[in-house]
Design a protein around this ligand. Structure first.
Ligand code: MSP
Length: 636
């Protein structure tokens, strides 16, 4: 019987369109899923969407649609994105599906039967405007940090889960399974949190309608995290008549999550499972955050990177490679276009692309496109053995960035070997020279075959193209073949040689995409279709109140503004409005701001957004709401 590997991503909230941070979790899960398939395991890979709860109810209300309409819209976007990124999930679960709701009802039935649910009163901060409780972390000085509105202390009846009873059992589980939470630093954090004691957990709400009805008391809906976590088993059929997949694949081999949601997965989830008498996951891996200017990318801050343009221009494989290579798995990393482009040129266009196209075109030229007899000469065979071994160890230890380093080490040795043996010169030296060329290219081609297997989980599209160019078929493959030298078919024909990654002119690309110099042709090319409502909603327009304003020194037009957008900190904007408006007179005025625009520098001053103005022959006329509204109010 083959080994089984069940890997999951978190299910994504549908109150926002996906950004690089969301994509990262799914891309990494896909890389592991593909690697385990290549090892011959029976793999199940699950992703999906988290569609209930207050955030979604509120976002739908703000946009004037029903929650399910909002969910459908965002789900369509996720499907498109996963396809564009070559994500190979076996299933996509939505928490609004009946199969999921059956799973939730079943886990609650079991927890109730275990005597772990009791009725009590939930007390918290209530925001009347939203008719909802908000987390303590979102309240400061009696106000909601997001909207600035006052909150009040209220309570409502609620069902509770006896989490406190699981403290010792959880600690036993952690200690007996030191790999159940990774990386190690996160394991330690969770253990000390649980050692500090656990409070019983409220698992139902009456102040909210958009959720799974609480079994046996439909005045309540199930708390969104109990609802959401259950997706990992409801998707396998738990609670449904056909639970064969559950029997086969549960417990999960790896729940891959961002570090912000570790506690839910390492404390609540195992406690629910223990109470329900179900097996516990083998591992929860908490990866780090993508930061922008050292701040976590998140939609409420408005500093997110949307991946579409980069994927469209450079391809899914380049994006997947960058995400996996740039971030040390488990730690934080900063995203920038420059870093993306530099890696693209150095690692993809140069190290991989050039080594492959030089080898293949020399094989076409000097060997008439035929794969030569294998050769074991020079340092490449040993480098390949070492690379495969290191790669497998790193993949098995969940260190994908290090696995890539091992593969690139092999490329370096192949390239060095070609440089040293100079086939282009030896080809001019008669029959003996040609024999040498043949031996050199034989090892280089074989080294590329090994490389094509190692890169496959990361860049499935490029790996397939490389294999085709090497004259290999698209048949089933195993990572074990990478460890065997001399598997190319002698005499087979090398496919048409085409560059894998054409080099990018970084400066020209950045100029072309910079907001300072938009070229009309580029804007038109980027948006050939009429604007869809989904894309329109990607632009976050909000009302802000100007708190400070001053002219930018040495500039006639530019004014630096500090604007209250209802966020914890004021936003700095730089706007070219100084010829029509006196800076000081702008203080207190309300304006409309594009809040999720990529930050840019104008005369050396950073602008984190753009204000809207009607433009009459270059003279700006500011737009404002016709009566004062709270800062941060969305324009839609
Ligand atoms: N719905 C919950 C998860 C429920 S799982 C039972 C949720 N959704 S989310 O859409 O907010 O986030 C999903 C994942 O995206 C999380 O793993 C989160 O850590 C990840 N990321 C969101 N922003 C991120 C970055 N800036 N960087 C890396 N990943 C981050 O939480």
């Amino acid at each position: 019987m083959s080994e089984r590997f069940y890997i999951t991503t978190p299910i994504y909230y549908v109150n926002d369109m996906p950004h690089i941070g969301h994509i990262y979790t799914t891309v990494m899960a896909d890389i592991f899923a593909r690697y385990h398939r290549l090892r011959g395991a029976e793999v199940r890979f699950l992703t999906g969407t988290d569609e209930h709860g207050q955030k979604i109810e509120k976002a739908a209300r703000d946009q004037g649609v029903q929650p399910i309409e909002l969910a459908d819209r965002v789900v369509a976007r996720y499907h498109g994105l996963w396809q564009a990124l070559a994500i190979s999930h076996d299933d996509f679960i939505r928490t609004t599906e009946a199969r999921h709701q059956r799973g939730v009802a079943e886990i609650i039935r079991r927890i109730t039967a275990a005597g772990d649910i009791f009725k009590g009163e939930y007390e918290g901060w209530y925001l009347a405007a939203d008719e909802a409780f908000i987390p303590d972390s979102q309240v400061k000085d009696g106000r909601d940090l997001e909207s600035g509105r006052p909150v009040e202390r209220l309570s409502e009846p609620s069902y509770f889960f006896r989490l406190s009873a699981y403290q010792l059992r959880l600690l036993d589980w952690y200690r007996a399974n030191p790999d159940c939470i990774r990386p190690r630093s996160r394991f330690n954090e969770v253990v000390s949190f649980v050692e500090g004691g656990l409070r019983d957990l409220s698992i139902s709400r009456t102040s909210l309608r958009w959720g799974v009805p609480f079994p046996g008391d439909e005045a309540h809906v199930v708390y969104v995290w109990l609802d959401a976590l259950t997706n990992y088993i409801s998707a396998l059929g738990f609670g449904s008549p056909d639970a064969a997949a559950y029997e086969t694949f549960w417990p999960a081999s790896m729940h891959l999550v961002g570090k912000d949601i570790l506690r839910f997965h390492c404390v609540y989830w195992p406690a629910f499972l223990m109470s329900a008498g179900l097996p516990l996951p083998q591992q929860v891996f908490g990866h780090g955050w993508w930061l922008r200017d050292d701040v976590k990318m998140s939609k409420s801050i408005g500093n997110v990177v949307r991946p579409d343009a980069l994927i469209e221009r450079f391809g899914a494989d380049a994006m997947r490679f960058f995400l996996a290579r740039e971030m040390t798995f488990g730690q934080d990393a900063s995203f920038s276009d420059e870093a993306f482009l530099e890696r693209f040129n150095a690692d993809l266009a140069n190290a991989l692309g050039n080594t492959a196209s030089r080898t293949l075109s020399m094989a076409a030229r000097y060997l008439e496109g035929r794969v030569p007899e294998p050769s074991g000469e020079g340092p490449v065979p040993a480098a390949a053995t070492a690379a495969v071994e290191a790669y497998r160890q790193h993949m098995d230890a969940a260190e994908p960035n290090r696995a890539l380093e091992a593969a690139w080490q092999l490329l370096k040795v192949i390239d060095g070997h070609i440089q040293e043996r100079r086939p282009w010169a030896r080809a001019k030296e008669g029959a003996e020279g040609l024999r040498d060329v043949e031996a050199t290219l034989a090892v280089a081609l074989e080294g590329l075959r090994v490389t094509s297997l190692l890169i496959e989980p990361f860049m499935p599209g490029i790996a397939a193209r490389l294999r085709r160019q090497l004259g290999l078929g698209d048949g089933p493959r195993r990572i074990a073949e990478a460890a065997v030298w001399g598997r190319l078919q002698v005499g087979s024909t090398i496919g048409a040689v085409e560059p894998l990654f054409p080099r990018v002119d970084i400066k020209a690309y950045l100029e072309e995409t910079s907001m300072d110099a938009p070229k009309p042709e580029t804007a038109a090319a980027a948006q050939p279709e009429p604007l869809t409502i989904e894309r329109f909603f990607e632009t976050k327009l909000v009302v802000g109140t100007v708190r400070q304003a001053e002219p930018v020194p040495k500039s006639k037009k530019l004014v630096r503004l500090l604007v209250d957008l209802g966020e914890p900190e004021l936003r700095q904007l730089v706007a070219g409005i100084g010829e029509r408006y006196e800076a000081a007179a702008l203080v207190g005025r309300q304006i409309v701001v594009v809040a999720n625009l990529k930050p840019a520098k104008l005369m050396g001053v950073e602008s984190r957004g753009m204000l809207l103005a009607a433009n009459v022959d270059g003279a700006p006329f500011l737009l404002s709401p016709d009566a004062e509204v709270p800062p941060g109010t969305r324009v839609s």
